[in-house]
Design a protein around this ligand. Structure first.
Ligand code: PLP
Length: 386
């Protein structure tokens, strides 16, 4: 079945007991047993819940995976992956990553005796050079947050497989959604999503998910979920499943709108740089066409004039709300240096290319003409910064 059919149908059969067409919300913690130790499939919410199972089946189907495990947040899913490591292990990570993941790697993981080397995975050769005997995991974020740079998943997976003990390749695919990219088919071992973003799609749920084809990895990730308890609420699972049913349709509209916004930005003299994989000018265009099945709705731009220009621009915008997060119906703009990436040191921000003039757009589902008009009128107010 094709993507949008799976989005509507996978894991979402009518309820066998009642015929309810929409999978019911099982908002409860404990389940009656037939006899001591004889559960009918579920016993306790942390261990499992039918609403979560439905969501996991849907997510696995969208990623072309055998298994998916859902968590209470994207960061809980990051922590679950980290639980696969032991002291003394070495991790190679994309330099350009979400600041929360960077914070987790530098503040939490390194404290447990796990070394993390950040490299520009955009050049796979850097991964080969950073590989050591103890490298157990390669962490890729593609497209990266906020710059939207791409890493060649198949190339990195190929390098990993050449090692004597091949490290796991994990791809944070949040910015793409399963509609635009299927990392497992490109050789990744685990794909991660902050389902807070495109997958739930309505800016009203926090959640995370991991998908894999490996039975042992699935068991280990599930064991972390059960042992440590970063459990999503059934209602959040239900809302996420409701969002998934329109994922393919939303992603098509997101990318159509994002292309219109990116073109409007590219045409304006107050804009120094625009990054969007759907633009002909995108530096990694060939890789985008080869690796991605869509270009998503995230656009990044550098305004001339730094922070003062950003302040003037954001205050003039009417349809782009100044807020963190991404992937919802409402268009958002964020200033990475003072918002999503404020927790990085100025040196780390500079190393990641996050300048004062950089803004990230999560292009929503409003009418594209309204969005373009809004961008143009706000940019036209930036005369001093050309
Ligand atoms: C690329 C990426 N990965 C992971 C996360 C963490 O997800 P959450 O906020 O759901 O914990 C985010 C959040 O913004 C993100 O953008």
């Amino acid at each position: 079945m094709r993507f949008q059919t799976r989005a509507v149908r996978a894991g979402q059969k009518p309820d066998p007991q009642t015929g309810a067409v929409v999978p019911p919300l099982y908002q409860n913690v404990t389940f009656e047993m037939d006899a001591p130790g004889a559960a009918r499939g579920y016993d306790y919410l942390r261990t499992g819940n039918p609403t979560r199972s439905a969501l996991e089946e849907a997510l696995a189907s969208l990623e072309g995976a055998r298994h998916a495990v859902c968590f209470s947040s994207g960061m809980a899913a990051v922590a679950a992956v980290a639980s696969l490591l032991s002291p003394g292990d070495h991790v190679i990570s994309s330099l350009h990553i979400y600041a929360g993941t960077h914070r987790f790697f530098t503040k939490m993981l390194q404290k447990t005796g796990i070394e993390v080397t950040f490299v520009e995975t955009e050049k796979p050769e850097n991964v080969r050079q950073a590989l050591g005997e103890d490298t157990r995991l390669i962490w890729i974020e593609t497209p990266s947050n906020p710059l939207g740079t791409l890493t060649d998943i198949a190339a990195v997976a190929g390098i990993a497989r050449e090692a004597d003990t091949p490290p796991l390749v994990v791809v944070d695919s949040t910015m793409a959604s399963p509609f635009c990219q299927q990392p497992l088919a490109l050789g990744a071992d685990i794909v991660l999503h902050s389902t807070t973003k495109y997958i739930s799609g309505h800016l009203d749920v926090l959640g995370g998910a991991l998908a894999t084809n490996d039975d042992d990895l699935h068991q280990a990730l599930y064991d972390f979920q059960n042992a440590c308890g970063p459990t999503p609420s059934p209602f959040d699972n239900w809302l996420t499943l409701r969002g998934i049913r329109t994922l393919g349709i939303r992603m098509k509209a997101h990318q159509e709108n994002a292309l219109a916004v990116a073109r409007a930005l590219e045409d304006h003299p107050s804009v120094a740089m625009v990054s969007y994989p759907g633009l002909e000018s995108f530096p990694q265009r060939e890789l985008a066409l080869r690796q991605m099945t869509g270009f998503s709705g995230m656009v990044c731009a550098e305004l001339k004039g730094g922070l003062p220009a950003v302040q003037a621009f954001t205050s003039r915008l009417e349809l782009f709300t100044l807020a963190e997060s991404l992937g919802g119906a409402q268009s958002l703009i964020s200033h990475s240096a003072t918002m999503t990436h404020a927790s990085l040191s100025p040196e780390d921000r500079a190393a990641q290319g996050i300048t004062e003039g950089l803004v990230r757009f999560s292009v929503g589902l409003e009418d594209p003409e309204d969005l373009v008009e809004d961008i143009r009128q706000a940019l036209d107010g930036l005369q001093p910064y050309r």
